[in-house]
Design a protein around this ligand. Structure first.
Ligand code: 5GP
Ligand code: MG
Ligand code: MG
Length: 199
């Protein structure tokens, strides 16, 4: 694990696959402990949550189902504010115990859209589980039931999360390396400048 480049940006190792793995297992155990006797339907929010959803389901110790919704709000590295539903649900969730699986909650705009989608569906219960959460960026009041890891408000990639399509395949999480981008421009290589600080 070293510094990587995706498109025009540099990223540094931030969360190891072992840390991700234990956060995912913890989440699966907590969700399961809260719903004895239930067969929950997990709804993974594509694209970003596909890897989390797969590992979460493998760690879930009892009967469960999964389905997918495709939403998009990000363009490049900023939330656009407008969340689009690109692929919807094709089955009834009436009376079901639903747990939404999100890769990351940032501004919370996507969560609002998720609640809107489920509001007319007569589900028995709706819980939200997110692997990552950026509390400083969160602008909504909606409760997040299960949080894997809280992160600073910096752009990350890996483990399903992308920068303009790239980086989803990385088994660990990387954080945007802003200082070294400046050094790269000024001195021709990452970490070369006088002003370089350990970050
Ligand atoms: P929100 O609607 O809460 O602002 O953002 C939710 C979605 O934006 C996430 O599900 C994810 O797809 C994307 N997103 C938010 N923060 C990041 C980030 O740091 N890196 C990447 N790659 N995507 C993010
Ligand atoms: Mg997402
Ligand atoms: Mg994205």
């Amino acid at each position: 694990m070293g510094i990587i480049k995706l498109h025009d940006k540099y990223f540094k190792p931030f969360i190891s696959s072992a840390e991700i793995d234990s956060a995912v297992r913890r989440l699966a155990q907590s969700v399961n402990a809260d719903m004895p006797g239930e067969v929950p339907v997990f709804i993974a929010i594509l694209n970003g949550a596909f890897m989390f959803a797969a590992d979460f389901m493998k760690a879930y110790p009892e009967d469960c189902e999964i389905s997918f919704v495709k939403l998009a709000s990000y363009s490049g590295m900023a939330s656009t504010g407008a969340v689009k539903q690109l692929v919807g649900l094709d089955e009834s969730l009436e009376g079901r115990t639903v747990v939404v699986l999100e890769d990351i909650v940032d501004t919370g705009n996507t969560l609002v859209e998720i609640h809107r989608i489920f509001s007319g569906m007569k589900v028995k219960s709706l819980k939200i589980a997110t692997l990552f959460y950026k509390p400083e960026a969160y602008k909504q009041q909606l409760n997040i039931d299960y949080i894997g890891l809280e992160l600073p408000d910096k752009f990350i990639v890996g483990y399903g999360l992308d920068y303009d399509g790239l980086g989803r395949n990385l088994p660990e999480v990387y954080q945007l390396k802003e200082k070294d981008m400046i050094n790269l421009v000024l001195f021709g290589k990452p970490g070369a400048g006088k002003g370089t600080q350990a970050t």
